[in-house]
Design a protein around this ligand. Structure first.
Ligand code: 5AD
Ligand code: SF4
Length: 457
């Protein structure tokens, strides 16, 4: 595991038994990838951990008196413009819980012996509570934490960032550390940008955010459903998509909007990550497989033709063959139009990186291949099922062959058809005649007058 050079000072005071000595070492290990190096004095420390023990009498009172002294050091540091985070761990933390923070408000967090791997999350939350920007020292790897590039692909479709950051703290993920807390753009600014995009010929917008369905206008007036309704009023903006969503933020209003708003395309990327409740819990996803399926049922009740996409991770720490098979079973039940799948990648500083039961690389590779074979099969079947249907296609650009245009179906499938160039930027009806894994082909459905039929599904 690559370890970043220490830039922050960590002081751990260990009370009691050998077990606590061992636990203190583990805490230092979990924190090292975040840039914390151990120092031997609380003075000048960025993070002070009291790893407590209550075997001996009056141990609790001793901890409070020690905390009183450390509080003075914290005040001194704060007066000098620096910060100090104070954590209480160990048996006293377990026994007293949040009572410690009530009795000594200088304490930022309390962590019991079962939760040491959660320290990165707890520290990040404590920093946020103090209004500090996160400066966790994660190696830059854009693969998992970047929003799609804000590039206008065709002049017909565009991305529009409406939200950034994440408060969910899935244990495998760097986003809550690298991108910080959930934050939404004011609806007024978004609508203005969308208006200008529409004036430039954009017909379809994809609203972006790491947790886009957590969107809330900062003035408190509305969520993503309200934003989509307002966007749909803009002349020319005929199609609205959004990505990426969290199941926990899929509220009833947003689900209902999928049934009511014709601009909402019948395609939803709603990552579930795993089909095993044990793994979902270890991932800190905050939902079970059953809750996810119940949610999908509700969404399908509102919009029966909706196609669902997802993200899956294989080889999360502790994933056994039976957990992985539960993921395959969930995929079979879902029947995805498309989905992304990843091998679990150990990101230093995230809680899961410190979990036992890391899965060997060759097992991850083998599971990913099996999952991808199943997802490919489903994608091929979903595409083939469109043959014979007439779909509204938003044409985006010229195709590879002379006289051909390429566009998108409501389900985000690429569609090519012979069509005149003037149809770029138009939604036209295409009867689907061919399907492959990655795209569809078809013919324009023309009205008796020879004009392409424009329709909505
Ligand atoms: N390892 C593997 N996959 C990850 N993702 C995020 N972090 C990791 C990681 N450490 C995946 C999740 C997420 C998608 C954007 O990337 O599936 O939904
Ligand atoms: Fe990362 Fe998404 Fe989980 Fe947030 S909800 S922590 S962005 S995987």
């Amino acid at each position: 595991m690559p370890v970043t050079a220490p830039q922050k000072r960590l002081f751990i005071k260990t009370y009691g038994c050998q077990m606590n000595v061992y636990d203190s070492e583990r805490m230092a290990e979990v924190l090292a990838p975040l840039g914390y190096g151990v120092t031997d004095s609380p003075e000048g420390a960025d993070l002070v951990v009291l790893n407590t023990c209550h075997i001996r009498e009056k141990a609790t009172e001793k901890v409070y008196s020690e905390l009183g002294q450390i509080r003075l050091m914290k005040q001194e540091r704060e007066a000098a413009g620096a910060g100090m985070t104070i954590a209480v761990a160990g048996c006293v933390a377990q026994a007293e819980g949040e009572e410690i923070m009530r009795r000594q408000p200088a304490v930022d967090l309390v962590v019991g012996p079962q939760a040491y791997h959660q320290l990165p999350e707890l520290i990040a939350r404590a920093h946020r509570a103090r209004g500090e920007r996160l400066a966790a020292d994660f190696a830059a790897e854009e693969k998992f934490d970047a929003l799609p590039e804000k590039r206008t692909v065709s002049g017909v479709t565009a991305f529009l960032t409406v939200q950034e950051g994440c408060d969910k703290f899935c244990t495998f993920c760097v986003v809550p550390y690298t991108r910080g807390a959930e934050w939404s753009r004011p609806a007024g600014a978004i609508l203005k940008e969308a208006q200008s995009l529409a004036e430039q010929g954009v017909r379809e917008v994809t609203l972006l955010g790491q947790n886009v369905n957590a969107y809330r206008d900062p003035d408190g007036s509305g969520g993503l459903a309200a934003l989509a309704r307002a966007l749909a009023q803009i002349p020319g903006l005929d199609r609205i998509r959004y990505t990426t969503s969290h199941p926990r933020d899929m509220d009833d209003e947003l689900i209902a909007a999928h049934g009511e708003l014709s601009a909402f395309m019948p395609f939803l990327h709603l990552p579930v990550q795993s089909g095993s409740n044990k793994i979902l819990k270890a991932m800190n996803r905050g939902h079970t497989v059953e809750a996810y399926l119940a949610l999908i049922e509700k969404i399908r009740a509102a919009r029966p033709d909706i196609a669902i996409s997802s993200d899956y991770i294989v080889g999360f720490p502790g994933e056994r063959e039976s957990d992985f098979e539960a993921t395959l079973a969930l995929v079979r039940q879902m029947g995805h139009a498309s989905a992304f799948s990843f091998k679990y990648s150990r990101r230093p500083g995230t809680p899961a990186a410190a979990l036992p039961g890391q899965v060997p690389e060759e097992v991850k590779t083998e599971r990913l291949a099996r999952l991808q074979a199943l997802l490919d099969e489903q994608q091929v079947a979903f595409n083939a099922a469109q043959i014979g249907r007439t779909l509204p296609v938003l044409f985006e650009r010229k195709g590879r062959h002379e006289g051909q245009l390429v566009g998108r179906s409501p389900y985000l499938q690429g569609v090519h058809a012979a069509a005149p160039e003037r149809l770029i930027g138009q939604i036209a009806a295409v009867r689907i005649e061919g399907a492959s894994k990655n795209s569809l082909s078809g013919v324009l459905v023309e009205s008796p007058a020879g004009a392409p039929v424009l329709e909505r599904i």
